[in-house]
Design a protein around this ligand. Structure first.
Ligand code: IVH
Length: 669
C-alpha cells in the first residue's frame, strides 16, 4: 500500500472511531474511552489531515469548527414548511382536541397518540444527503429560515454522517441544559458580558453567531422529534419515526411515551407538570401527536398547524409585584392599550417591568389600580400579563385607572366604538400608529429589512423623511448620511436592504401592510390564491370567504382595508416604487423586458391599467406615460388615444396584447 493510501485508510478509521465516541458520549451518555484517549485520536487525525489536506472531508470531526466567520446568514427555503402547533391549556381542551380528531377520522374508538416533552429551545431543520449532513436551517417564518450549518456542525450530539447513506430531513430542538446555562452566565459575568435571560435565549443567541468558533464554545445540544421526509423508506407511525431517529444515531428524547388514548396522554401531561423541574433541561409543555401517519395525513392542516398534533402548555409561573403606574400604548391600528408599569420582578426566567392590561374593561373587571399588589404571569411563557389584583393588600392610597380622552402621542380623540373592546386613537397621522406600522412593515416575518430598528424609524419620521411605508423606497443616500448615527456604510447598507426587499413575494408584502386580522399564514394563502395584489384589491367578501382558511372576520377586514382610498393610494405608491406585488418572487420572474420602455394606450383585455404597469415593471421594463424617441414599444388596446398617432409619427414600434404576451415570454417579435 502506498503511504497516501495508508494515511487514507487510517484517517477513515479515525473518523469513524471519533464519531462513534461522540455518539456514545453525547447521545447515549455512555462513554467507552477516557477524554485523554479521545483527544489522542483527535490529535492523530488532525496531524494526518495537516499532512494530507485532501483527507479533510466535510464529515471529518475536525471540521466541526469550520472556516472563516460569515458576514450574513443566507436564507433557505424549507423543502417541507415548518409549521407551528395549536396550544391547549387544560384537560378540557385536550379532550376537545381528541373529539375533533375522532370526528375527522370517523371513529369512536380510542386514538393512539405519542406524548413527547416540548423542549424549550430553538427549532432546527437538518438535511442529510446520502447520509451526510449538508444543511441546517432555523425555522424563520416556517417557509424560509437561515442557513446555520456551520454553527450546527459544532454540536457534537449531531452526527455529521449517519450510519446509513440516506436522504432525510429531520426537525429538532436545539437547547442548553439548565446547569450549562448557569455556568455560561457565570462565565459571562466574569467577562463582564451581558447575561442571557434564560436557556432558550442563550441557545438562540449561540446559534445566531456569525463566527462558528463562538458557537463551538457554547454547550448546545439537540433533541430530534420529527422526520420531515425520508427517501426510500416509509414510516407508518410517529413512534416508528422516533425509533428510526435512534437507529440513525439522531438524538431523540427518552421520555416520549406511546399512549393508548387521550386519557393516558393527559396523565402524561399531569405527571410532567409536576415533575418538569427535575429535568436537566427546560420544557414548556407536552406535544401530543396522532400516532398513525395515515391518520395524520387524513386530518390535514389549518393555515398554521397540523390538525393531528397539539401542544399542551404548562400553567404559567405566577409571582406577585406592585403596579407603579398605568400608561397607555398606541398600536399600529390605533388601538390604545393600557400597560402596567411594575416593580421589576423575575418570572419564568426573565425580569419583567411592564405587563399588558389588554384593554380598559379588563382593567376594571379585574379592578387593577395604580399602587396595587398584583399577580403576574407570562402568557404562553412569553408576554407578561396581570392576572389579578390583591385587594386585601390595599392601604387606601391606590388610584382607579381612567382611560385618557386624548392620544398621548398626537392629542387626537380616543374613541371606543360600541361593542369593541379596544379604544382607538382616531388621528389619521398619529405618529405612534405610523411608527408601529413601519416597524411591523420592516420586521423579519414581513418585508425583512435589516437595520431599521425603532430608533431609526423614529429618526426618519421626525426628520420628515417618511410619512408612510412607501416613502421608505424613496430614501436616498443624501437623505441618510446627513442624519445622526448614519455613516456612509450604514446608509449604504440600509438602502441595499430596502432595495432587496422589493423582490419579496406578495405574501410578505400583504402581511407587512398590517391589515387587521391578516397574519403571516393568511397573507401567504391570499397571495397564493390571488397571485397579485391588484386582484386582491378588487376581491369581494364572497371571493374571499370561499377560501377555507379565510373566515368572515378576515374577509371583512380586507374588503374594508382596500375600500379606503388612502390605502389604495399607498398600494399605488408601493407599486410605483418597484416593489414586487406578485406572488412569484420578483427574482424568479424572467426579466424579458429589461431595458425596454413601454407606453400603454387604450384598454386591454387581460390587464387593468395598474396591473399592466406592474407587469411591465416586474419583468424589468419601464412603463412610461408619454411616447418619445426613447420609447421601445407602444402597446395598444381598444380605443387607443393620441399616443398611437404620435408613435406612428415618430416611428415607434406598435404592438398589440398578443405580441406583448409573446415579449413577456421572451420571444422575438
Ligand atoms: S412537533 C408541526 N414535537 O415546540 C409542528 N415540537 O409550537 C411540529 N417543540 O417550535 C412540532 N419539542 O419546535 C414538536 N417534541 C416536540 C417538540 C416540539 C419542542 C417545539 C417546536 C415548535 C414548538 C411548537
Amino acid at each position: 500500500m502506498t503511504v497516501i493510501k495508508e494515511a487514507q485508510t487510517r484517517a477513515g478509521i479515525l473518523k469513524t472511531e471519533i464519531e462513534k465516541h461522540n455518539y456514545l458520549y453525547y447521545v447515549m451518555d455512555q462513554p467507552e474511552i477516557s477524554d485523554a484517549e479521545y483527544d489522542r485520536l483527535m490529535r492523530e487525525l488532525i496531524r494526518l489531515e495537516e499532512e494530507y489536506p485532501e483527507l479533510q472531508t466535510p464529515d471529518s470531526p475536525t471540521q466541526r469548527v469550520g472556516g472563516r466567520p460569515l458576514t450574513i446568514f443566507n436564507s433557505i427555503r424549507h423543502r417541507i414548511p415548518l409549521l407551528s402547533l395549536a396550544n391547549t391549556f387544560d384537560e378540557v381542551e385536550l379532550k376537545a382536541f381528541d373529539s375533533r380528531v375522532k370526528k375527522a377520522l370517523g371513529t369512536d374508538s380510542e386514538v393512539e397518540y405519542t406524548a413527547e416533552l416540548k423542549i424549550d429551545g430553538l427549532t432546527i431543520a437538518l438535511t442529510y444527503e446520502a447520509g451526510l449532513l449538508v444543511q441546517a436551517a432555523t425555522r424563520g417564518d416556517g417557509e424560509e429560515g437561515e442557513d446555520v450549518t456551520a454553527n450546527v456542525k459544532t454540536i457534537k450530539s449531531i452526527p455529521l454522517r449517519l450510519p446509513s447513506p440516506i436522504n432525510i430531513g429531520v426537525r429538532g430542538e436545539v437547547y442548553i441544559k439548565k446547569n450549562d446555562f448557569e455556568r455560561l452566565n457565570r462565565q459571562r459575568e466574569d467577562d463582564e458580558e451581558a447575561l442571557f435571560a434564560n436557556p432558550r435565549n442563550a441557545a438562540a443567541g449561540s446559534l445566531r453567531q456569525l463566527d462558528s468558533k463562538i458557537t463551538a464554545n457554547r454547550p448546545l445540544d439537540i433533541f430530534c422529534y420529527d422526520i420531515l421526509y425520508i427517501e426510500g423508506q416509509t414510516i407508518t407511525t410517529q413512534w416508528e419515526g422516533l425509533e428510526l431517529l435512534k437507529r440513525f444515531h439522531l438524538k431523540s428524547n427518552p421520555e416520549a411515551k406511546l399512549c393508548k388514548g387521550i386519557g393516558e396522554a393527559i396523565e402524561f401531561c399531569k405527571y410532567w407538570t409536576e415533575q418538569r423541574h427535575s429535568l436537566a433541561y427546560e420544557i414548556d409543555g407536552i406535544v401530543i401527536k396522532v400516532n398513525s401517519i395515515q391518520a395524520q395525513t387524513k386530518l390535514g392542516f389549518t393555515a398554521k398547524a397540523p390538525r393531528s398534533k397539539v401542544a399542551y402548555k404548562f400553567p404559567a409561573e405566577q409571582v406577585e409585584t406592585k403596579v407603579k403606574a398605568i400608561e397607555v400604548n398606541v398600536g399600529r391600528t390605533g388601538a390604545v392599550t393600557p400597560l402596567a408599569i411594575l416593580e421589576p420582578v423575575k418570572v419564568a426566567g426573565s425580569v419583567v417591568g411592564r405587563a399588558t392590561l389588554h384593554n380598559e374593561d379588563n382593567v376594571h373587571n379585574k379592578d387593577i389600580r395604580v399602587g396595587d399588589w398584583v399577580v403576574i404571569q407570562k402568557a404562553g411563557d412569553i408576554i407578561p400579563e396581570v392576572v389579578r389584583s390583591l385587594s386585601e393588600k390595599r392601604d387606601g392610597s391606590e388610584q382607579i385607572f381612567e382611560m385618557p380622552k386624548v392620544c398621548p402621542e398626537c392629542n387626537s380623540a380616543i374613541y371606543r366604538e360600541p361593542g369593541e373592546a379596544a379604544a382607538r386613537c382616531i388621528g389619521a397621522t398619529c405618529p405612534a400608529q405610523l411608527r408601529r406600522g413601519i416597524i411591523h412593515f420592516v420586521s423579519r416575518d414581513a418585508m425583512n429589512i435589516e437595520g431599521l430598528g425603532e430608533a431609526i424609524v423614529i429618526q426618519l419620521i421626525e426628520s420628515g423623511l417618511i410619512r408612510d411605508v412607501a416613502d421608505l423606497y424613496q430614501l436616498r443616500f443624501e437623505d441618510l448620511v446627513g442624519l445622526e448615527r448614519f455613516g456612509t456604510k450604514s446608509a449604504t447598507n440600509l438602502l441595499t436592504a430596502i432595495g432587496d426587499s422589493k423582490t419579496n413575494n406578495l405574501g410578505r408584502l400583504l402581511f407587512a401592510l398590517g391589515i387587521r386580522h391578516v397574519g403571516a399564514g393568511a397573507a401567504r394563502e391570499l397571495a397564493e390564491r390571488f397571485g397579485s395584489i391588484l386582484k386582491l384589491m378588487d376581491a369581494t367578501f364572497e371571493d374571499l370567504t370561499v377560501i377555507p382558511t379565510i373566515g368572515p372576520k378576515i374577509a371583512a377586514s380586507i374588503v374594508k382595508y382596500f375600500n379606503e382610498p388612502h390605502n389604495r393610494e399607498l398600494v399605488r405608491k408601493i407599486i410605483e416604487a418597484g416593489v414586487n406585488v406578485f406572488q412569484e418572487a420578483a427574482t424568479d420572474i424572467p426579466q424579458t423586458l429589461a431595458g425596454k420602455t413601454l407606453v400603454v394606450t387604450g384598454s386591454l383585455v387581460s390587464f387593468s391599467r395598474s396591473e399592466i404597469e406592474a407587469v411591465i415593471r416586474n419583468h424589468g421594463g419601464k412603463a412610461a406615460s408619454s411616447v418619445s424617441k426613447n420609447t421601445d414599444y407602444v402597446l395598444t388596446g381598444s380605443d387607443p388615444g393620441s399616443k398611437l398617432q404620435k408613435a406612428q409619427a415618430i416611428g415607434v414600434k406598435i404592438i398589440n396584447e398578443e405580441q406583448f404576451k409573446a415579449l413577456l415570454a421572451g420571444k422575438e417579435i
